[in-house]
Design a protein around this ligand. Structure first.
Ligand SMILES: [Zn+2]
Length: 220
């Protein structure tokens, strides 16, 4: 495992996290362990995370939310067992699927991400179906309302294209252009995130201090 620059603050053993533990019930966990990435995994330190109406849907539905159930294909059970952020069914989860963070530790077999890279984390893993939807970050994989997030390249790399998760069933040109999972931006982040409805970019992040800006469509 490789960790960040020498003058970075050391990665703590425990962190603050917001967890959904049951329908309608959240807790502020001040002692959630910070996982160390395995060979295929990366640890991302959160810099910002939006809170979305969809988070409230998960809060109310919890185990009955179609993205909170088990992954049915795409990853073998032994691989899923190696991913501590995989939390299907009644396991507590961390909401927050609109985050920006920076990679602070990385496994030896990670191919498509670099230490220090800043990334938007893509939410939907279309190649990992559940019974009624698909796996998703902030649902059956823990999300961004915590200080450190663990990702595994075997869940975020699109197997057919070898791209960092993209929307295979994208409905807009913007979707087809955007890599969504992670973009290497050494000094500057300027990425538009398309709305799920595919009408127009909904959020624009720019500069090293990421800020959300309403799109022209939303300003109207
Ligand atoms: Zn959202």
């Amino acid at each position: 495992m490789n960790v960040g620059a020498p003058n970075d603050r050391p990665i703590p053993a425990a962190q603050h996290a917001i967890q959904i533990v049951d329908a309608g019930r959240t807790v502020h966990n001040r002692e959630k362990p910070v996982p160390r990435p395995g060979p295929y995994q990366l640890l991302v330190k959160m810099e910002a995370c939006g809170i979305c109406f969809s988070d409230t849907k998960l809060l109310h539905a919890f185990t009955s939310h179609p993205r909170k159930s088990e992954v049915l294909e795409g990853l073998d059970a032994d691989v899923l067992a190696e991913i501590p952020s995989y939390v299907p069914g009644p396991l507590p989860t961390v909401p927050g699927h609109e985050p920006v963070g920076r990679i602070v530790a990385i496994g030896d077999r990670v191919r498509r991400h670099r230490l220090g890279e800043r990334c938007l984390i893509q939410t939907d893993y279309r190649h990992l179906p559940t019974a009624a939807a698909n796996a998703a970050f902030g649902y059956n994989f823990e999300g961004g309302l915590q200080e450190y997030v663990l990702l595994d390249e075997r869940m975020i790399i699109e197997p057919e294209t070898d791209e960092r998760s993209s929307f295979r069933s994208a409905r807009s040109r913007a979707h087809r252009r955007l890599p969504w999972s992670s973009r290497g931006l050494a000094s500057r982040l300027r990425t538009s995130v398309a709305s799920v409805a595919g009408r127009s970019p909904a959020v624009e992040c720019s500069s090293s201090r990421t800020r959300a800006t309403p799109s022209p469509a939303l300003r109207r």
